[in-house]
Design a protein around this ligand. Sequence first.
Ligand code: IPE
Ligand code: IPE
Ligand code: MG
Length: 240
Amino acid sequence: MALPAVVPRHIAIVMDGNGRWASKRFLPRIAGHQQGVEALKRIVRACAKHKIAVLTVFAFSSENWSRPAEEVSGLMELLAMALSKEVSQLKRDGVQLHFVGARETLSDRVKHGFDSAEASTAENTTLVLNVCFNYGGRWDMVQAAKRLVHAGLAINEDSLARSMALAHCPDPDLIIRTGGETRISNFLLWQAAYSELYFCDVLWPDFDEGELDIALQAYASRERRFGKTSDQLAVGTLPA
Ligand code: IPE
Ligand code: IPE
Ligand code: MG
């Protein structure tokens, strides 16, 4: 008997397909990224409505620095604009913001923006929103191991998990990737150990509440066994 996974506590999304969305319309790629911000605003509201506790989104990977300089600077500009325009509404909506990733190489303007957005939303409790920016799963494992070595602590699964950049959240129950590719692209390598994966062809700027509902339905039909057998799960659902 399938044990329904019901509503995920933590959803993570690889927001892919912005460039193709723009190319299809003969627009510059940055126009796709701008529409991607609008899609993110929609999905933040939808997650709050569905009482999802945590939403983690992949906004810029460690590898995205290899894109053309014009696209990288356009993305940095878009980030700075979003930080100045969107944080006050997110604050009113009860969203607790976290920026996850290597900060050293980011501009002072962006670093200050991250610090002030995190500080001003720290008391919010409706939805935790982790924005992975200059993030890679391999970076996270290395920085966690370095922190433990520096503190002279033993490296084991518990201590590593506690040192990871997403230690403030449970592991994602559901990872969605839009845009048609079926790969992880260095997202949440550690935390995805038992996540349900959902891939869809919809390009991120077209992703909306209806598409999220379809992903949630797919999730609800999965049986999460965590290494056990179906029979063991069925026994676990019987009243004591
Ligand atoms: C995802 O969309 C956003 C970032 C990686 C910043 P893409 O820009 O990768 O869009 P496609 O995959 O080229 O369509
Ligand atoms: C993954 O998308 C990173 C983000 C969505 C931020 P990419 O478009 O960079 O992934 P690849 O290069 O197709 O694997
Ligand atoms: Mg892409």
